[in-house]
Each structure stands twice: as structure tokens, then as C-alpha cells.
Design a protein around this ligand. Sequence first.
Ligand code: SF4
Length: 396
Amino acid sequence: MTFKNEYLSASRLKRFAQCPKSFDLHYVRGEPAAFNPATTFGSVLHSALERAYRVIVAEKITGRFPEDRLLAFFEEEWALASLSDFESFQDGVKILRDYVQAHALVEHEKILGIEQEFQFELEGFQVRGFIDRVDRLDAETVLITDYKSNRAIFTRVEVDQDLQLSIYAMAAQKLWPWAKTIRLSFCLLRHGIQMETSRNDEELGAARKYMVTLARASEQAAEFPARLNENCGWCDHRAQCPEYHRALLGKVENVCTDDQDLSAVAREREEVARLARILYARKEALEKILKRRLDEGGTLELGGVAYSLAKTVHLSYPPDTTLMLLHEFVGGEPEDLAAQLLVLDKGSVDDLVKKVAKQLTPAESRLLKVRLEAVAQKTYSPRFVAERVKTAEVAP
Ligand code: SF4
């Protein structure tokens, strides 16, 4: 069977590089992809932001971000998607509220593109895609933004070498040839962080070669081996993948029998580490299913294990009140105290209180703790608890 890529995109090429089997199932055989709640959640956020920015442009808004519209779009998109759990609904509302706080002011004139489509030719292949948002920062500068809803924060190397951003840089050069500077960014929605990067000609040349090599390899491949990786737990074809099912059984193929053979030690270590990541991801997915039932209330008792949700308290401290309170008890300048607290969370405040407790009497120390607790803002989140059920001992 001769396979020809209809077009190239970052996700298509990344899929081939990460796991040829997944590429085969998805693009060559066209197997239907399983529903993926994380990807669907990301698409809902994307659609809500896209619609809000389209309103900003259509209604020529310069000023406050239309938060109400954004949240209304989110609710509509949520209802259309097949999502149901309340936890991620709340997550979405919080993520978008935080986004508005960080992007409180908008200027419709700066927006160059929303879901900007592009297509260009690369050594006989067509490269296609959409860019989430493009802003014109000044007469020579374009900022490309790609929204990400990932839980993990990217490393600097990942951002600097990301193929998707390289493709966007190539597209931007064609779409806005007047731009002397093209800034590329991932907007990490869950973390309120914008990670920026750029690409020079040499890096883009290397990316083009890499893309063509991968594209040709995907068309010439005689076999598409499975490559187990840390994303298997979310792979949309894992149900059709025997290798993944074998991995869930936790069997190690390369067991090292000679501790002096460091290559064998490393080989087994890598295999165990990969299996541990896959099993951990599976454990999380299974807990999520149980949590959905527990969200409805009560506990579950299954197979001799009781499952419940316990409340976890997160404390955050209002900066001004907290610093004044610490100043009142331990003296010194609020600025100096602020410098000792990189972030105002429970860990850093506890550390500081422990440090200064030597200067205080036990009563003062207790009073400081009580007053800090009173000013702290509390948020609660559920924690999954699994406890083996104690069975009554049977008399011999
Ligand atoms: S589950 Fe893992 S190994 Fe199997 S197809 Fe998906 S990515 Fe590849």
C-alpha cells in the first residue's frame, strides 16, 4: 500500500516521530480516534477564546476584555462538547477568568489574525495549519500566540525546539513579509505564563530538513512499530494497541542479571521508567473515572477498598495584610520581609515564621500563627483517598 501525506502539519509529523504505530492507525488506516477529554477540554478553551477575540475585532473593542462574553462562549462550547465532569468545568471558568485578569486590556487594532489559516509548499509537500492568534506589536514585529492547556510547563529547550512554532515562523514569513521580527509564544493557560521564543534562518533551515525527512520516512515506511512513551495513557488509539496493553501488565523484557554490565542496567532502568510513567498515567485515568462517581457524593466500596474524596485546603496570603502582620510581630521593613518571601504561599510563610519564632515568646509565636491563619484565603479542592477496608477477624 502506498501512503501519501495529504498535507503536513506539526501534529501529523510529531505523531510519526513519537510513535509510528499511532501514525499508522490514525493517518494510514484512518481508524476512528477515541474520545479524549483532555484534548476536548483544550478545544473548548480554544473555541471560547477564538469567539471572544472575533467579537473584539468585529465590535472594534479597545479597553476592557469582554469577560462575560468569553465565559458565555465557554459555557456554550462546553455544552456542545461531550464533557460532563464538574471539576473541569470549574477549571475552565477559573482558567479563563485568570486569563482575563492577565489580559485585562485589549486593542482590536493590534489583532492581525485569529485562527489564521496558512498553507505553503515545502519540497513537494503542502504544509497546512492554523495559528491561534497573531498580534501586530509595532510596524516591524509580529507576535504569534498558541494557546496550550497542558498541565505540565514546557522546558526552555522544548519551546526553543518546538516544531509547531517553527512551522508558524515559516508561515508568518510568507503571510507578513514586512515583519522583521517574528516572536513566537506558547500561552500556558493553566499557569498564566507566556513562554516566548524565536527562530533564526539556520534553525528554520534545520526544521525544514527535519520535516521533509520525517514526511518521506512516513511515506516510505514498510512497518510502523509501536514506540511506547509517556503519552500512551492519552493516546487516542491505545485501545487498538497490543503493546500498550502488554505494558499495562507491567512486564519488563530486559531484566539485567549482571550488575557490572552497565549497559544492561541502563537498558532495564529505561524500560522500567517508561513502564512506570505509563502505569502512573493509567492510574490517574482510572482515578478520574472513580472521582466522577464520587463527585456525585458519598463513598464507593469496591473489591475491599473504600474510595472517598477528602477536602484539601490551600492557603494563599494577601500580600499587604500579611507583610504588615509579619512586620508588627518581627519588626524590620516590609520590603525586606517581602524579599525573603519569593511567593506568598503556605510553605514560604511557614518557613519565615519558623525562622523568626526564636525572636518571639511562645505566646507571641502562637498569636502570629493564629492571625496569619485568619488573614489567609482558603480554597478547597478534593483529594482522592483509597483505603483498604478492615475486615473483622475471624476467630480460629
Ligand atoms: S498506545 Fe502508545 S505505543 Fe500504542 S499506538 Fe499509542 S502511542 Fe503508540
